[in-house]
Design a protein around this ligand. Structure first.
Ligand SMILES: *Cc1c(COP(=O)(O)O)cnc(C)c1O
Length: 393
């Protein structure tokens, strides 16, 4: 029999769980889109987002998802035929590179596999070889949502500096902003793209790009093919609607404001720490299951694991029935595996945004019950291991 009466829980890596406060803030009549409340509120949204991203640079919003801001960022700083270097640790890096190719740029993939992380020394070597500075940008995902791997942006910047290479550093932070520590200016990142629906706890539809003066200058000298993606008029914005190239995404902005109120009240440092604790609880549970069964964490090195999404593999063991059991029997939706040869051979747990210990421990307990119900071999004590992490936090 199904036991899933109650509130369904989505532990997928985006969209994340939308807080009621956010949904309620969106449930209202349309506002004046020319002056007043919305104008002031949008200003405050950027002020808070810049705190979270760690920048004093420029910020723009597009009505789009993550793929939209991928395109927005590239169209501002690259010209037809420009080369980019794309160190890859999962499918999102390949997705962004594919999009770059379709836009007429020339991405060069540097493959680092799905579970180990980048080797900055190799990036440095490649950049040193590029004596004529043909590579115009390095494109990196901070957290790759398919592999659950978090890349070391500081190390990549250091490699670029060591090679004295002038390329722009573009970072995809769709999965990490609001979950993981990120310090755009301190880390020397030139362009950041992110979106509303993951750590920022707002329905999909707002895409953000942050960029520094170096990127702005390059953009000024780049011929634009798309007026919609062009960030310059949005930054200058003589009239409010220029910020959006048309009608503002009114209700999304109300939702985003409510989500940012929650993040600012908790404090971004606490938000990052909370994600780190939940991530460690989930890893402890998976490692315990794996002590006597097929499940294991894709990323071995804890320092390279994302605090927002965990990828669990099963070496040929079919995990689809487990996901289905959790969803149908218990109302817990887990992420399916993407970017691996067979999506049956594992699953992902999204742990981003609006989560507390009962949600995380409840999800782990549900998976534990599913393993038992389906006779999937697993070590005992996963919940004890996870609750110990919560207890000691
Ligand atoms: C979710 C995600 C994207 C894509 O976002 P969409 O809104 O689905 O277009 C891009 N990059 C990363 C790292 C993501 O996690």
């Amino acid at each position: 029999m199904t036991l899933s009466f109650g509130r369904d829980i989505f532990m997928t890596p985006g969209p994340s769980i939308m807080p009621d406060t956010v949904l309620n803030a969106m449930h209202r009549a349309a506002p004046n889109i020319y002056e007043g409340e919305l104008v002031d509120m949008t200003r405050s949204i950027f002020a808070d987002l810049k705190t979270i991203v760690g920048t004093n640079g420029h910020g723009v919003v597009y009505i789009c998802n993550g793929h939209g801001v991928w395109e927005a960022a590239l169209s501002n700083v690259l010209q037809q035929g420009d080369k980019t270097l794309n160190p890859a640790t999962g499918s999102f890096a390949h997705g962004w590179a594919d999009l770059a190719r379709k836009m007429g740029f020339c991405p060069e993939i540097m493959e680092f596999g799905k579970s180990r992380g980048m080797e900055p020394a190799k990036i440095e070597t490649r950049l040193r070889e590029d004596k004529s500075h043909e590579i115009k940008a390095i494109m990196i995902t901070h957290t790759d949502t398919s592999s659950g791997l978090r890349n070391d942006i500081v190390a990549v910047r250091a490699a670029m500096d060591a090679a004295a290479h002038p390329a722009l550093l573009l970072v995809d932070c769709v999965a990490s902003i609001g979950c993981e520590r990120f310090e755009m200016d301190v880390w020397g990142v030139d362009v950041v793209v992110t979106a509303s629906q993951k750590g920022l706890m707002t329905p999909p539809g707002l895409g953000y790009v942050f960029f520094n003066d170096k990127a702005a200058k390059i953009a000024d000298a780049t011929p634009k093919t798309s007026p919609y993606w062009d960030w310059a008029p949005r930054v200058k914005a003589e009239f409010f609607y220029h910020q959006f190239s048309g009608t503002a995404p009114t209700h999304h902005l109300f939702g985003q404001r409510a989500a940012l109120d929650m993040i600012m009240a908790e404090g971004i440092g606490n938000v990052w720490n909370r994600h780190a604790v939940f991530a460690r609880a989930i890893w402890a549970a998976v490692e315990t299951w794996g002590s006597d069964g097929p499940l294991y964490l894709n990323v071995k090195n804890p320092a390279r694991r994302s605090n927002a999404v965990t990828t669990i593999l099963s070496d040929g063991f079919n995990c689809t029935p487990l996901r289905q059991w959790c969803e149908e029997k218990a109302g817990l939706t887990l992420g399916l595996l993407i970017g691996f040869d067979n999506y049956d051979n594992g699953f992902r747990i999204g742990h981003m945004g609006h989560l507390n210990p009962p949600m995380v421990l409840g999800a782990l307990a549900t998976i534990d019950a599913g393993l038992k119900a389906l006779d999937i071999p697993h070590g005992d004590g996963a919940l004890t291991a996870a609750s110990r992490i919560i207890a000691n936090s």
